[in-house]
Design a protein around this ligand. Structure first.
Ligand SMILES: Cc1cc2nc3c(=O)[nH]c(=O)nc-3n(C[C@H](O)[C@H](O)[C@H](O)COP(=O)(O)O)c2cc1C
Length: 552
């Protein structure tokens, strides 16, 4: 594929083609071939596994520290702290059992619980973990690191030379087939929403240890493929590298956005161990996904981080002073049904909104150097002190006028009076929005029966034309990150959330009066009092005692 225009055409065509509408769903398999379901766990046969401790002496930080990392509790990089980071971001959180079937749930959510996201670590010499720098794959079922490649100390020095402090990296990749097995052509979107959830899960978990995360936004997919040791061949089980996150103990004043090419080339020549498992006996190729993945393949870029977005406004007082982070992270669960009665207070809602404002929190949205592209449309159902209706939260004040111009002229755009002055929350229309939100979210009752639901409205055609096709997946990442904060905020309020990837795209835009492609809804979400299904047995994620026995 040659020109950027051709790539953009592929993106727009994929996006149109994978819209759900009242009368037609995006192409998906006619039936689910259960015998051929891709293995949810990647393993590298032949590589040795370093077991990570399930219990450590590190005390959980406060929940509020997820959004404002506390430099007084910054942990050093060692076996225990790295284990904690993964245990609170990409690990298993429970096993579920109903009849004969047993399945694992994870700290990071995933559409349909299919988990296309894999994580890799690039680490220096780390106390009690490894006496050599290395590249490993995280195996969540074992909570262990599979050793893929050992690096000479001199190569690590070269790789990390632009950081003036200790650093390690986490790379994320997607296995589209795990998701397209069930969802067909729309799966590419879901994989990238999952990546967004994973980025936020890692960034927030790192914040609880006092650490800072930065996406290495200038790196190409090709460079990342080398660093993660992923094969180049494109078959139906292709694992696509998505992003690399640098983790440091203090915030780098001048963000480093790429790693030296010379070091990457040397790593390509290193000795790699282990062979990736085959996920299913046969796989189905989705042309639409292959085409958009190639069009969005990230080239190297030369973005420069301009002035830091300062955390200027602390809109609301945070009330969760005694709440610990770890239990909230580990208990996160999607609601499968809402109770139609739980309400929250307007103040609680405003507090949750402030966590979604990039200028109100230090993490997780500052992993990107660019400003927010996603605005939020809320369908308010059961919030005491806020009338039912449709509301808009503008996360980036610069798009307010454009939204006003392009959206339904009948919207009233009334600034909500009882909310904190700094919160850009506007009422668009008052009234019962339950039927509307249910209809727009593929008739799913969870969208109507909670306290509120929302559509994530991203800037689209203009920003893609300006930045290039490779921005397309990143727009989903931002939505996934918003979703992850919503999940945790819901748990902190003792209610629950659920991501909604299935919604009717253009009916959302029609309701909002949007005619051009300058804004598109990319993800929905719902928050409310959950109804629990007691028929499903819950078992612990790991058998801690058996690990203790093994160590003895
Ligand atoms: C991107 C994304 C899209 C999702 N879409 C839906 C949806 O449309 N409807 C639904 O009931 N749940 C949806 N979910 C919830 C998942 O089914 C849920 O995360 C998964 O079963 C794992 O359960 P857990 O979140 O409790 O770990 C979605 C989750 C994600 C992350």
């Amino acid at each position: 594929m040659k020109t950027e225009n051709e790539k953009l055409k592929k993106v727009f065509s994929y996006h149109q083609q994978t819209k759900h509408s009242f009368h037609r769903s995006a192409d998906s398999p006619n039936h689910l071939d259960w015998k051929n379901q891709p293995d949810p766990f990647r393993r590298y046969h032949g590589s040795s596994v370093i077991s990570l401790p399930l219990e450590t002496a590190i005390e959980s930080s406060l929940y509020d520290a997820l959004y404002y990392p506390d430099s007084n509790v910054t942990q050093t990089f060692n076996l225990e702290s790295i284990s904690c980071l993964l245990r609170n971001s990409m690990a298993l959180s429970a096993w579920k059992q109903a009849g004969e079937s047993r399945w694992a749930l994870r700290i990071n959510p995933s559409s349909g619980n299919l988990h296309p996201t894999e994580a890799y670590l690039l680490t220096p010499v780390i106390e009690n973990l490894s006496s050599t720098p290395m590249i490993t794959h995280y195996a969540p079922k074992e909570h262990g690191l599979e050793q893929r490649c050992l690096l000479p100390e001199s190569l690590w020095k070269l790789l990390s030379k632009d950081f003036n402090q200790p650093v390690f990296f986490i790379g994320l990749s997607s296995l589209y087939w795990r998701e397209s097995w069930k969802y067909g052509s729309r799966a590419y979107r879901y994989c990238h929403l999952d990546i967004g959830h994973a980025i936020a899960a890692i960034t927030l978990s790192a914040a609880s240890l006092g650490w800072h995360c930065q996406l290495l936004e200038n790196m190409s997919a090709h460079q990342q493929r080398i660093l993660l040791g992923l094969p180049d061949n494109h078959n139906n089980e292709t694992e696509q590298p998505d992003c690399l996150i640098a983790i440091t103990q203090t915030k780098n004043q001048n963000p480093v956005l790429s790693l030296p090419e010379q070091a990457i080339q040397k790593i390509a020549l290193c000795d790699w161990q282990g062979e990736a498992n085959i996920l299913s006996h046969s796989s189905v190729s989705w042309d639409a996904i292959n085409a958009v993945a190639v069009a969005c393949e990230k080239p190297t870029t030369e973005m420069i981080a301009l002035n830091e977005v300062a955390v200027t406004k602390k809109t609301t007082q945070h009330n969760y002073s005694d709440l610990k982070a770890q239990p909230i992270i580990q208990q996160r669960r999607s609601a499968v049904a809402m109770d139609k009665q739980t309400t929250i207070q307007a103040e609680q809602f405003f507090q949750l909104l402030s966590r979604l404002m990039p200028e109100d929190v230090e993490t997780p949205f500052n992993v990107f150097i660019s400003s927010a592209r996603v605005q939020l449309i809320f369908f308010v159902h059961r919030i005491e002190g806020l009338k039912a209706g449709v509301y808009c939260l503008t996360r980036n004040p610069e798009v307010l006028n454009e939204l006003k111009q392009q959206m339904n002229p009948e919207f009233i755009w009334e600034k909500v009076k009882n909310c904190p002055e700094n919160l850009p929350l506007f009422c668009l229309v008052e009234g019962d929005a339950q039927l509307l939100s249910r209809q727009l979210s593929c008739q799913q009752e969870i969208a109507a029966e909670g306290c509120f639901s929302l559509a994530m409205l991203s800037q689209f055609k203009n920003v893609l034309e300006k930045t290039g096709a490779c921005l397309y997946p990143q727009l989903y990442w931002e939505c996934g990150m918003i979703g992850q904060v919503l999940y945790l905020e819901a748990e902190a309020m003792a209610i629950q959330g659920t991501g909604i990837g299935c919604f009717f795209d253009d009916p959302v835009h029609e309701f909002l009066g949007l005619q051009e492609m300058n804004f598109q809804s990319l993800y929905h979400f719902t928050v409310g009092g959950a109804v629990h299904d007691d028929r499903i047995l819950t078992q612990p994620a790991y058998n801690i005692h058996s690990q203790e026995r093994k160590r003895v």
